[in-house]
Each structure stands twice: as structure tokens, then as C-alpha cells.
Design a protein around this ligand. Structure first.
Ligand code: ADP
Length: 884
């Protein structure tokens, strides 16, 4: 048997008793009373079925699938973040539909200081029945009149008042200030409002009224107001639950799970609209004849079936129906009813709550029943109390099942097995009913055992939350402006990129001519790319930072096979004598063509001679860009450019010998190592350089040098991002303005984080994990902004790189006098290869800036070793040909 502990949910027990413990039940209980009470009992299994079915209905709606029956609606609210606690300002709040047949106006002051609260001023206006059921315009005119009546007695000037509109009915929201009513609920039924934008209707009415100039900034419902007004506790409050006239909840969902939103980032508050949940399979078994009667007699028969079992508007009515039933059967009140008891709506939530309150005692129950024109006996009072309890306990349990469905959803979407969450509660049922919250809490604990839920009562009936939404909207807009301003210099226009391309072209030409230029344009003495006819066995030596690799490269008709052996460089050698510097130069190839390079070759030759183990001929020394070009060139004869984007960046390409002033000869070609990392060292990039580039440059070991490289390569991108994050934090845009020591640490933000953060699949969760690892306290807004910063920095890097490649390929095309050039670029480097968007952005920029070149990018594998061997192979091939 499925049981929910002490809540009296056991099915099929013997004599029914009052559903709650601790209350005396009449001993002469008639079967008919027991039968009535029994109908309101819900088993654990039934609650779980409701939980499961509601969760299914929620997920279906999130996916945008609409079933035949009205189900939950899952309406996005355009509220994307929970409050920081730093929001401030004065706001007018107008509440409609949150508290039954009344309308509330509030003046809320947010101080921006945690713990420092200013009590809001508020006024409640009762809405006459004929207004609730009359023409829509009359309702909105009434609201505008209440507004000015309220403002008239406040010392406010009529300047730029900002209003948050709390409108608690199911709406389709298409913006923070645009919301179309789907259908009236909770006893409202005004004509000509359904299908209309209620913000516009309110604006029109305020204008017709003409007394105040008020800007309606945001529209939300009471659940959102409740959630947003919640004082931030241990963690943010991300569920709002309201049980007032009706019932509803909202929670923060991952935007990518919401099919109707064209947004895959961040979170959005979803109004579940669970009042319309109506799965027959789940609800049918727990509905009583009284629920059916209530529904038939309501303003909206067939609709809001779930709400009609929970909402405060209906609890009193259900009790009334049961009492009429029992009185008519002669069980209660000596078989007499009264005209008041027989009239719809005569028992209110307040009556029910009062009669159930154990501290009120039997005398209160008697008094309430007498007010209803009844003449109760002692046992009647006790039974009436039992009826109230049965109805309200069921309501709290059903509400718990629904909340448990939301918790399951959160567990799933956050991928958290054990969820710790705060739920803000609001509405008169929580405020007035003595046991509703405790029954709800106990049932939730049983239905969602892995969730640690704290219930936090809302402040000011959600009005503060509405002000908060209005303030958050204002804060986000301000932060977004600051972010955009900060990132604007990184967003290069086509013209700016074309200018970089033109300057690169000029610097290349000057460098080749031996004129002053930031590009050194070093000849490499590699005169040809592979033509595929190379054959033989070659040894290549590759010195990395920590490893020394010896490769045997076998070039045969069948292709290139490489076997390699890795030796780690002993510490004493790595950090010992001046040879170290020479080795590094050799690997990086910075000075490959001059005497340092010669030294290495000589050293190597001598070392080999000393060993005398094998006969080797040291033929060539290769820089990594050349190695990359050559290794790709073996597969693709069009490969005449080599590009590296790793720790640093560089390019080499095949230039016409006649253009190379420093090398004799007019025919043929030679591979030129551009050393383009130094591009801009003459100040030509200063127009593009941001304050963040300047900071990174200043803090580097070579200030003023390698300016192009410092905007592009892996050694620097993380640092640029870190400097931007520091700046945004100082503006208060990020991390709530709190500077941490960690973020001040140089190189703490690795370039590989850009790749991880920008990878589409893991999105914001990844950003959070990375930043939390760095000890940065972040919200989802922060995560989104960090992502945008990374995107701006890596996009500029890729575009600058693309502008450079465009300059190179255009030069080759013009060198050859071609209308169109088909060419391939061999690429190596971890940044290029592993960043999710870098390579495609480079290619797109090249297409844009060099439209007459058809450029294919080939990623090299084992570029350095294979390339070195191929340089040797080509040199041997050319030497042989010369001998012949
Ligand atoms: P190198 O250029 O030193 O010969 P690599 O091509 O492997 O070697 O580049 C290493 C650099 O690539 C690192 O310094 C780092 O900045 C960058 N890097 C490492 N991992 C990633 C990654 N996942 N995404 C982007 N950049 C990365």
C-alpha cells in the first residue's frame, strides 16, 4: 500500500476519521459524512501520477507541442534574471488579478542596499462586480482612476514615473512590456480584452485619464512578482508559487529548452499556468461530485479544472457545496439549510481558514455558521471543521504534487541530482490558512525526496517583486550598453579589415624590397613545394619545449609514413648553457636564415660526426610555417602558403624570386617567412589597438613588439579577455562589481577557456563551471556576458588573421597575373585547430576580402617533422635535377 505518512492518505482504511490528527471527530459520525470526506482523500500514488502527468504536460508545452486538451501553457515571461539586490529607484506598481476582486496600487522604493528596506505605500481598491464583468475599457478606466487617486496624495512630481503592471491572468507575452490576454480566469469576465495587449489598454486608459505621465515599463504576473521580490537567501530564489484566488507557479528555465523562443542562451522565467492542467487520467480519480458541480456553476465551465481544486476562490465554494449536500440529506444542521448557505460564493476562503484554525475554537465556528443563517449543534461545528480540513488538505497536497513536478523539471534541466532551492510563496491562502504551508511542505518532502526546498514568504504581496522586475529591466539595459561600448572596438567593420589587408600588402612589399617595414620577409631558401615525385628515407629532428623528437620519414609511392621516438630534454640541458637559446631559436625558427641557424646546423653536423654511428647528411633547417606548408603540399600541390596560429602566429608563402631584393636571381620562386607576428610594430595597427591590447602589451616580456601576434595568438587571447573582465567588473557590470584576487592574476584565464566557453554544445553551464573554478561568483547574466566577451576577442583575432591571409593570397594572385587563383593554405596550431569558430571565421574573412581567390585550408598533421623531411626531400630532388 502506498502511503504518505501522517497525512491521512491511506486508501481503503476502516472507519474514516477526520483527515488531520489532533482534532476530535464526532463519535456519532454518520456514514454519509464519512463518505463525503473520503472523496477528498488522495493517495500517494494518485499524487505521484499527477506529478508525472503534469511534468509530461509541462515538457510537451516547452517543446511547443499542443495536445488536444487544454494543458499547462508554459508561457515565457521575458524575465531573464533574478535580482541582484543592487536594484534601486522608485516605482509605481499596479496589481490586477493577484488578490481577487480588488486592485492594488503600490509605491515601492528600492534602496539598492541589502537588508535596507523602505516600506512601500499601498492602497487597495475593491472592484465592483459590474466592472469585473463589464466592458474591458471600463475596467482599465477604473484602474487609471485608482492610479491617479493614489498618486494624488503622494508627494511625487508628474515626471517620468515608471510603472510595473502586475496582471495575473494567462497571457502571451512578446516583450517585457507587451502581453496579450489569452483568457480571463478567477471570476473576471470583461468583454473585448481577450486577444488584446493589456499594456496598451492600460496606457490608453492612463492617457484618457490624462492626470499623470506614466511609463509602463514591464508587465508580469503575480508568480513572477512573488519570485522576484523574494529576499535573496542562501541562493537565488528561482521558483514563485502563488495560491490566492487561483493558483499558478513560475520558475527559471534554460532558454534553449523553450521551443517558442529563438534563444539558446541564458534562462527565462516561465509562467506554467498550471491552473489549466486537466489530464483526465490523473485528475479524474481525485475529482468529487462537488468539483463537478462547482465547475458547472462557474463562469468558465470545463476550464481551469486543477485551479478549481486549489485556488482560494473555490475552497469556500467546495465547502459550501458539501455542507448544502449534508444538510439536505439531514446529516447537518438538523436537515436545514439557509438562503445564505444556498447562495453561490457565500463561504469565503477567510471563513474556511478561520473555522479550521485550532486556536479559534468551536465558538468561532459557531459564530461563522450563525452568520450564514444556520443554527449549528456542537457536533455540526466539529463536522464542518472536518469538511474544511478535507478540502484544504487536498488542495495543499495537489499543489505539492504540482510543485514536485516543477522540482523534477529543475533537477532535470540543471542536471542536479540533489537540488537545493528556494521557493517564494505568495497569496492569501498561504497568508491566512493555518496549515496549508505545512501540509504542502510535508507532501513535497515525500514526493521530491532529493530536493532541499526552503519556502520563503513573499514581501508586500509580490509588489516589491514587480518593482524589482522593472528595476532589473532598467539595470540590464544599462549593463548591456556598457558591455556594448566596451566591446565595440573589437567589432571590426569590413572597411577596417580591408585597411588591415592593404597595410599588410604594403608592409610585405616594403619588407621584400629591404625597405623599413614591420614585416621582415625572410627568405627561407626553400625554392619549391613538393611535386609528389619525392622518394627516400629522411630523418627529422623536432625540438619542442619539453620534448625532443626524432622522426624517420619514409617518402614512397604509397605516401608518407612517419615513425617517431620521443626523448624528453633533461633539465640540465634545457636550462644549462647558452645552447638552450640556440635550440629554441631553431624550433621557433625566428632567425632561421642567419648565422644562428647556421650554428645549429654546424652543431648538429658535428654532433653526428662525433657519434659516427650512422651516415647522415644535414640538408635543411626548417621553420614551422614552412614545415606546415610543405607537409600539406605533399598531399595538395596547390598548397603554397603555411599558417601557424598556436602560441604565436606566423605565415610563409611562395614568392617570385624577382621580388626578393635580398636574394640573387630573377626566375623561380622562394618561400618567404613573413614573420607577420611583428606586423604593426611600426605603429600601423594603433588605430585598432584597444586599451586592453595596450595593457596586455605593457605587461608582456616584449612591450611594443609582436603587436599583430598579440591580437591573434593563443599566448594572448586569454589575457585580453581577462583585462576586459577586470574592466567590466570595475564598471559593476560583471560579478556584481566585486573584484577578486584570482582575476587579477596574470594568465589565469587560459586561451583554451575561450574554446570551451564558445563551444555550442555545453554553453553557459560550461562558462559557469570554468569561472566558478576560477573562484568568480557569477550569475547567469555574468556567464552570458563572459561568453560575449570571449566571442568578441576570438572573432577579432580570426578576422585579423583572415585579413592577413587575404593580403598574402591576393599578392600571389597578382604576382602571377591571374584573374582567379586557386590556392591552398596549410595550417597548424592548437588555437586554429581546437577553437570552435576560429577556422570558419578566418575562411569567411578571406572570402570577403579576397573574392578572386579560391582558398582551401588544410590542417597539417605532424607538420614540423613531416615538413622538415619534405623540405629535405624537395632539396634532394632539386639537387639531383641540377646534377643531371
Ligand atoms: P605552439 O604554437 O607552441 O607550437 P600549439 O600549436 O599547440 O603549440 O599551440 C599552443 C597554444 O595553443 C597554447 O599556448 C594555448 O594558448 C593555445 N591552446 C591550447 N589549447 C587550446 C584550445 N583548446 N583552444 C584554443 N587554444 C588553445
Amino acid at each position: 500500500m502506498d502511503s504518505i505518512g501522517s497525512l491521512g492518505l491511506q486508501q481503503g482504511e476502516g472507519a474514516p476519521s477526520c483527515p488531520q490528527e489532533g482534532l476530535p471527530c464526532p463519535s456519532n459520525s454518520s456514514e454519509m459524512v464519512q463518505e463525503c470526506l473520503q472523496q477528498f482523500k488522495v493517495t500517494g500514488a494518485q499524487l505521484r501520477q499527477i506529478q508525472t502527468s503534469l511534468l509530461g504536460s509541462m515538457e510537451q508545452a516547452l517543446r511547443g507541442q499542443v495536445g488536444p486538451a487544454p494543458a499547462v501553457r508554459m508561457l515565457p515571461t521575458y524575465v531573464g534574471s533574478t535580482p541582484h539586490g543592487t536594484e534601486k529607484g522608485d516605482f509605481v506598481v499596479l496589481e490586477l488579478g493577484a488578490t481577487g476582486a480588488s486592485l492594488r496600487v503600490l509605491w515601492v522604493t528600492l534602496t539598492g542596499i541589502e537588508g535596507h528596506k523602505v516600506e512601500p505605500r499601498s492602497q487597495e481598491f475593491v472592484i465592483p462586480q459590474e466592472v469585473m464583468l463589464g466592458p474591458g475599457q471600463q475596467l482599465f478606466d477604473f484602474a487609471a482612476r485608482c492610479l491617479s487617486e493614489f498618486l494624488d496624495v503622494l508627494p511625487v512630481d508628474n515626471q517620468g514615473l515608471q510603472l510595473g503592471f502586475s496582471f495575473s491572468f494567462p497571457c502571451h507575452q512578446t516583450g517585457l512590456d507587451k502581453s496579450t490576454l489569452i483568457s480571463w480566469t478567477k471570476g473576471f469576465k470583461c468583454s473585448d480584452v481577450e486577444g488584446q495587449d493589456v499594456v496598451q489598454l492600460l496606457r490608453d486608459a492612463i492617457q484618457r485619464q490624462g492626470a499623470y505621465s506614466i511609463d509602463v515599463v514591464a508587465v508580469v504576473n503575480d508568480t513572477v512578482g512573488t519570485m522576484m521580490g523574494c529576499e535573496p537567501g542562501v541562493g537565488p530564489c528561482e521558483v514563485g508559487l502563488v495560491v490566492d484566488t487561483g493558483t499558478n507557479a513560475c520558475y527559471m528555465e534554460e532558454a534553449r529548452h523553450v521551443a517558442v523562443l529563438d534563444e539558446d542562451r541564458g534562462r527565462v522565467c516561465i509562467s506554467i499556468e498550471w491552473g489549466s492542467f486537466s489530464d483526465e487520467g490523473a485528475l479524474g480519480p481525485v475529482q468529487t461530485i462537488f468539483d463537478h458541480t462547482l465547475d458547472h456553476e462557474s463562469l468558465n465551465p470545463g476550464a481551469q479544472r486543477f485551479e478549481k481544486m486549489i485556488g482560494g476562490l473555490y475552497l469556500g465554494e467546495l465547502v459550501r457545496l458539501v455542507l448544502v449536500h449534508l444538510a439536505q440529506r439531514g446529516v447537518l444542521f438538523g436537515g436545514h439549510t439557509s438562503p445564505v448557505l444556498r447562495s453561490q460564493g457565500s463561504i469565503l476562503l477567510e471563513h474556511v481558514a478561520e473555522m479550521e484554525d485550532p486556536s479559534a475554537g468551536a465558538a468561532r465556528v459557531h459564530a461563522v455558521l450563525q452568520d450564514l443563517g444556520l443554527n449549528p449543534k456542537a457536533s455540526d461545528a466539529e463536522w464542518v471543521q472536518c469538511v474544511c480540513m478535507a478540502v484544504c488538505t487536498r488542495a495543499a497536497q495537489l499543489c505539492a504534487a504540482a510543485l514536485a513536478a516543477v522540482l523534477s523539471r529543475l533537477q532535470y534541466s540543471r542536471e542536479q541530482q540533489a537540488l537545493q532551492i528556494a521557493v517564494a510563496t505568495g497569496g492569501r491562502v498561504f497568508e491566512r490558512h493555518p496549515r496549508f504551508l505545512s501540509v504542502l511542505r510535508e507532501t513535497v518532502m515525500l514526493l521530491a525526496p532529493n530536493c532541499d526546498v526552503s519556502f520563503i514568504p513573499s514581501v508586500d504581496g509580490g509588489g516589491r517583486g514587480v518593482a524589482m522586475v522593472t528595476a532589473v529591466a532598467a539595470r540590464l539595459a544599462a549593463h548591456r550598453r556598457l558591455l556594448e561600448e566596451t566591446l565595440a572596438p573589437f567589432r571590426l567593420t569590413r572597411e577596417q579589415l580591408a585597411e588591415v589587408q592593404a597595410q599588410m600588402r604594403e608592409a610585405m612589399a616594403k619588407g621584400l624590397q629591404g625597405e623599413a617595414s614591420s614585416l621582415r620577409m625572410l627568405p627561407t631558401y626553400v625554392r619549391a613545394t613538393p611535386d609528389g615525385s619525392e622518394r627516400g628515407d629522411f630523418l627529422a629532428l623536432d625540438l619542442g619545449g619539453t620534448n625532443f623528437r626524432v622522426l624517420l620519414v619514409r617518402v614512397t609511392t604509397g605516401g608518407v609514413q612517419i615513425s617517431s621516438q620521443i626523448y624528453s630534454i633533461p633539465e640540465c640541458v634545457a636550462q644549462g648553457s647558452g645552447q638552450q637559446g640556440i635550440l629554441l631559436n631553431w624550433t621557433k625558427g625566428f632567425n632561421a636564415s642567419d648565422c644562428e641557424g647556421q650554428d645549429v646546423v654546424c652543431l648538429l653536423r658535428e654532433a653526428i660526426r662525433r657519434r659516427q654511428a650512422v651516415e647522415l647528411n644535414v640538408v635543411a633547417i626548417v621553420n614551422d610555417t614552412v614545415g606546415t606548408m610543405m607537409s600539406c603540399g605533399y598531399e595538395d600541390p596547390h598548397c603554397e602558403v603555411g599558417l601557424i596560429v598556436g602560441t604565436g602566429t606566423n605565415v610563409c608563402y611562395m614568392e617570385e624570386l624577382r621580388n626578393v631584393a635580398s636574394v640573387d636571381g630573377d626566375s623561380g620562386q622562394m618561400c618567404i617567412n613573413t614573420e607577420w607576428g611583428a606586423f604593426g610594430d611600426d605603429g600601423s595597427l594603433s588605430m585598432l589597438s584597444t586599451r586592453f591590447d595596450a595593457s596586455v602589451d605593457q605587461a608582456s616580456i616584449n612591450p611594443g613588439k609582436q603587436r599583430f601576434e598579440k591580437m591573434i595568438s593563443g599566448m594572448y587571447l586569454g589575457e585580453i579577455v581577462r583585462h576586459i573582465l577586470l574592466h567590466l567588473t570595475s564598471l559593476g557590470v560583471l560579478f556584481r562589481g566585486q573584484q577578486t584576487q584570482r582575476l587579477q592574476t596574470r594568465d589565469i584565464f587560459k586561451t583554451k577557456f575561450l574554446s570551451e566557453i564558445e563551444s555550442d554544445s555545453l554553453a553557459l553551464r560550461q562558462v559557469r563551471a570554468i569561472l566558478e573554478d576560477l573562484g568568480l561568483p557569477l550569475t547567469s547574466d555574468d556567464a552570458l556576458m563572459v561568453l560575449e566577451v570571449c566571442q568578441a576577442v576570438s572573432q577579432r583575432a580570426a578576422q585579423l588573421c583572415g585579413a592577413g591571409v587575404a593580403a598574402v593570397v591576393e599578392k600571389i594572385r597578382e604576382n602571377r597575373g591571374l584573374e582567379e587563383l586557386t590556392i591552398s593554405v596549410g595550417v597548424d596550431g592548437t588555437l586554429y585547430k581546437l577553437h570552435p569558430h576560429f577556422s570558419s571565421l578566418v575562411a569567411a574573412t578571406v572570402r570577403e576580402l579576397a573574392p578572386r581567390c579560391v582558398v582551401t585550408f588544410l590542417q597539417s598533421e605532424d607538420g614540423s617533422g613531416k615538413g622538415a623531411a619534405l623540405v629535405t626531400a624537395v632539396a634532394c630532388r632539386l639537387a639531383q635535377r641540377t646534377r643531371i
